[in-house]
Each structure stands twice: as C-alpha cells, then as structure tokens.
Design a protein around this ligand. Structure first.
Ligand code: 5GP
Length: 164
C-alpha cells in the first residue's frame, strides 16, 4: 500500500462537490469564503461555485518548505485582508488540509477578532490537527499529493523581491 494519499484532479472535483453538499445540508450560509493560499484557493473556488458564494478573499500563509518540513510557526504574508471586509461577516475558511492545524488556527484566531461566525472546511484533516474543522471530506495520517503541487514548477524562478 502507498505511503502517500493521492488526490487526482478528477477526485478533487468530486471531493469539493461532496464537501459543499455537506455544508449546504448543514444549513451554513457563509457571507464570504476566505481561502488560505495557495492550496486553499482551489478549494475556495470550487466551494464558491457549488455554494453560490461570489465573495472570495485570500490570506497568504507560509509554513511548509517541503514534505513534512516546516518553519517554526506559520507566518501571515501581506496583503492581510482588511477588518472592513470581515467585520460582522459569517465566514467559511477554506484550505486543502489541516495537518498540524497551526495555519488554520492562526487564520481562525485572526478572524475571531472581527467576524460574527467562522467555520473551517478542508479536503483532508490529519489526526493530530489542533483545529477540528467543522467540514472535512476525508481523514488521513499520510502525506497527501495534491494535483496542484505534485509536479515541479515548469520554470525555475530567481528569488523574488516583492518591494523592488
Ligand atoms: P498545517 O498548518 O495544518 O500543518 O499545514 C497547512 C498547510 O501545509 C496546508 O495548507 C498545505 O499547504 C501544507 N501541507 C500540510 N500537510 C500537507 C500534506 O500532507 N501534503 C501537502 N502537499 N501539503 C501539506
């Protein structure tokens, strides 16, 4: 048996649709979906269409540098969504996986200061996650190969200076 969980683009299509159905059946109607870039962008886009939510926001969080290789703590990268966008809103945070759960905890805590309600949706959750997401498609303790990141980039970029 493989030591990896493989998610194909086809299976991701079914997974995101199933996840959306569970959210809809639960009666949760978010005002906006907050995706955690980059993996969460795919999930948020698919959920946005399936739940008919057009208001999508992005938060950039850096944590992983390789397979099971992490920085000490997740770091929010600018631009950070403004409180004006979030205040009083019912928010669905979307990400690909809750692994340690530290990324989702950072985002959830950030939201809690501003929003009316926040819930989390992920394709996968691992057993040791410190955040227990309200909506999970599948649980696994394996490293997951996602279709968007399993292949290397088609080009090699030099270190990128954002404020140059
Ligand atoms: P966490 O903060 O929950 O440990 O990890 C959050 C982010 O790390 C995920 O959104 C994802 O980008 C990356 N990550 C964590 N576990 C995995 C995994 O099993 N496979 C892949 N491809 N990325 C992962």
């Amino acid at each position: 048996m493989s030591d990896r969980e493989e998610l194909s683009w086809d299976r991701f299509g079914d997974a995101s649709r199933d996840l959306a159905q569970v959210i809809a059946d639960d009666g949760f109607e978010p005002d906006l979906i907050l995706s955690i870039a980059r993996g969460g962008l795919f999930v948020a886009g698919a959920l946005g269409y399936a739940l008919d939510v057009k208001n999508l926001h992005v938060m950039n969080v850096e944590f992983y540098t390789g397979v099971d290789q992490r920085l000490d703590m997740p770091v929010m990268l600018p631009p950070v969504p403004s409180a004006v966008d979030l205040t009083g809103a019912t928010v669905l945070v979307a990400d690909d996986v809750a692994d340690t759960g530290k990324t989702l905890k950072l985002v959830r805590d950030f939201c809690s200061d501003h929003v009316a309600e926040v819930r989390c949706a992920v394709i996968y959750q691992k057993p040791h996650s410190e955040v227990d997401c309200e909506y999970v498609w599948k649980r696994t303790d394996k490293w997951i190969n996602f279709p968007w990141s399993v292949l290397p980039p088609v080009t090699e970029r030099q270190a990128h200076v954002l404020d140059a």
